[in-house]
Design a protein around this ligand. Structure first.
Ligand SMILES: [Zn+2]
Length: 449
C-alpha cells in the first residue's frame, strides 16, 4: 500500500490525489484538531485529497478502498506554522543573500512536510519567486508544505528587521506614501497577508514611524488583507492594537501582560502568535545538548548546522554571550504571557519563526514549540489544538478557500499517523509513522528517535 502511494507521489504530487481510490485509516485513536478529547477506534476516509468521512471503525472491510491499519496509533491533523520563513539560510546553517532559490526553498518545503508540518505562512522576507511557487502548488506541479505568504514584508530603512537580507526580499519605505505603494504591490501579487516590523531593537535601531504603520494597516484593509506585526514590547503592541493590526506575530516579552491587555486583544479579535521557540533557539543547544542526540533532530538540522552547534567552543561561547541572558529572560516572560492570554480566551495561533536564523529548524522547531507550549502549562491537547484547528481558523480568515487543521468532512486530508500517544507525552509527536498531505502519502518520514 505504501509503495503504491509513493509511486503516485513521485509522478505528480498533489494532482494525483484526484485519481486515487479512497483510503481508510482504520481503527485509529483520533485527535481531530477541534480540542475535543481523543476518540478511540475511528475510521478516517480520505478521497480526492479531502477527508470524506470520520466514522466508528468498520467490522467488515469495504471493497475497492485502500486500507491502512492504524490500530494502536493516534492520528492528528498536519501541523500548521503561522510564522515561518523560507530562503534566508543555506543548509539551515548560515544566512545568505543567495539562499532564496527554487532549489533551496523547495528543499525546505519538503523538510517541513516530512516532519508533518503540512502548511506554513512564510511571514515576510520572501523574494517574489514565492508567488510562482505558490501558483505551482495550486496547479499540482510542486509538492512540499503548502505555502501562504506575506511576500517581502515591510521593514524600516536601517532598522528592523535587523537581518541582512537583500532589497528584493524586503520593502523598507521611507514614508507613508511609499508604504502604501508597497502594500498595493503586495495586493497585486495576491499576497495572503501583509507583514510589518515594529521594533526598535532595545532602542538601538530606528523604529517604524506611527504614520507609516498606520498607513500600511489602512491600505492593507482597503485591499482586504490582514496585517501581522513583528512586536517585542507591550507599548508597541498597544500602539498596534490602536492602529487596528490583526495579528501580533510574536510574544510581548519586555514585561508581563495583564487582563486589560488580554481584553483588548479579545475586543479587537486580534490573533497572538507566541513563537516561544524564537528566543530559546539562541541557547537551547548550548544549555541542553542532549536535544541534539536524536536522529529526529539531526536529520532536520543537516550536517552543516550540526557541525556548527557541536563545535567544541559553541556551548561556552553561547552561554557567555550577553544576548543569551536577554533571550532567557524574554523566553520566561513569553511563556508566562502566553498562559495569561490563553486562560483569558485570546485567539492564540501557533508559529515558530523557523527558517529565520540557524537553530530554528524547519519541521523540528514546530515539534519543539509544542513542547514549549506544554512547558508553559498548556496541556498537550491544548498545544496540538493551537497548531492545528486554531491555526486553521486563522488561515481561513486569511483565505476563505483554505480549510485545513481539522480532521473533519470536507477538510484537506492533511494528517499525521503517530505510533505514540501525544496526549500522554507531547514528545510522542516525534513518532511519525506517516504523513498525508492533501490525501497523498509523503515519502521519507523522519526517524522516530
Ligand atoms: Zn519572523
Amino acid at each position: 500500500m505504501r509503495l503504491i502511494a509513493c509511486a503516485l507521489m513521485f509522478s505528480a504530487t498533489i494532482a494525483t490525489s484526484a485519481q486515487q481510490k479512497p483510503i481508510i485509516l482504520h481503527d485509529a485513536a483520533l485527535v481531530d484538531g477541534t480540542g475535543a478529547q481523543v476518540r478511540p477506534h475511528v475510521d478516517i476516509t480520505i478521497h480526492k485529497g479531502y477527508i470524506d468521512s470520520v466514522r466508528p471503525a468498520f467490522k467488515e472491510a469495504p471493497k475497492n478502498v485502500e486500507i491502512v491499519d492504524c490500530t494502536g496509533k493516534t492520528v492528528i491533523p498536519g501541523l500548521i506554522s503561522a510564522h515561518s520563513h523560507l530562503g534566508i539560510l543555506l543548509d539551515n546553517a548560515a544566512p545568505s543573500g543567495n539562499a532564496y532559490t527554487d532549489e533551496n526553498v523547495t528543499k525546505a518545503l519538503n523538510q517541513f512536510e516530512r516532519y508533518g508540518v503540512t502548511t506554513i505562512v512564510s511571514l515576510g522576507l520572501n523574494r517574489d519567486l514565492v508567488y510562482q511557487l505558490r501558483d505551482q502548488q495550486h496547479e499540482g506541479k510542486l509538492g512540499g508544505t503548502t505555502i501562504l505568504t506575506a511576500g517581502r514584508g515591510i521593514g524600516v530603512p536601517n532598522g528592523a528587521p535587523g537581518l541582512d537580507v537583500p532589497p528584493a526580499q524586503i520593502y523598507r519605505p521611507a514614508n507613508a506614501e511609499e508604504a502604501r505603494k508597497d502594500v498595493a504591490e503586495l495586493a497585486g501579487h495576491h499576497a495572503d497577508l501583509v507583514k510589518l516590523w515594529l521594533d526598535s531593537g532595545h532602542g538601538k535601531i530606528p523604529a517604524m514611524e506611527p504614520a507609516v504603520y498606520t498607513a500600511i494597516i489602512e491600505e492593507a484593509h482597503k485591499h482586504h488583507l490582514k496585517v501581522a506585526a513583528h512586536v517585542y514590547s507591550l507599548a508597541d503592541a498597544k500602539s498596534l492594537i490602536n492602529a487596528n493590526v490583526d495579528i501580533l506575530a510574536h510574544s510581548v516579552r519586555d514585561q508581563t501582560v495583564d487582563s486589560g491587555f488580554a481584553q483588548s486583544l479579545i475586543d479587537h479579535k486580534i490573533w497572538y502568535i507566541p513563537t516561544l521557540s524564537l528566543d530559546e533557539a539562541f541557547y537551547l543547544y548550548a544549555e541542553d545538548p542532549d536535544v541534539m542526540k536524536s536522529e529526529f533532530f539531526q536529520q532536520a538540522a543537516g550536517p552543516q548546522l550540526l557541525a556548527k552547534l557541536q563545535a567544541s567552543d559553541y556551548a561556552e561561547k553561547t552561554i557567555a554571550a550577553p544576548q543569551t541572558e536577554q533571550a532567557k529572560k524574554d523566553h520566561e516572560i513569553a511563556m508566562k504571557n502566553l498562559k495569561t492570554l490563553y486562560d483569558a480566551g485570546v485567539n492564540i495561533a501557533f508559529g515558530t519563526d523557523s527558517g529565520a536564523v540557524p537553530g530554528r529548524i524547519p519541521g523540528f522547531t514546530e515539534h519543539r514549540e509544542l513542547e514549549d507550549l506544554v512547558a508553559a502549562r498548556l496541556t498537550p491537547l491544548q498545544a496540538i489544538t493551537l497548531a492545528t484547528g486554531e491555526n486553521g481558523r486563522l488561515l481561513h480568515e486569511l483565505n476563505s478557500k483554505i480549510n485545513v487543521g481539522l480532521i473533519k468532512d470536507g477538510y484537506s486530508a492533511d494528517l499525521i499517523i503517530l505510533s505514540g500517544d501525544p496526549l500522554m507525552d507531547i514528545h510522542n509527536t516525534h513518532k511519525i509513522d506517516a504523513v498525508y498531505h492533501h490525501g497523498v502519502l509523503v515519502p521519507n518520514t523522519p526517524p522516530h528517535n
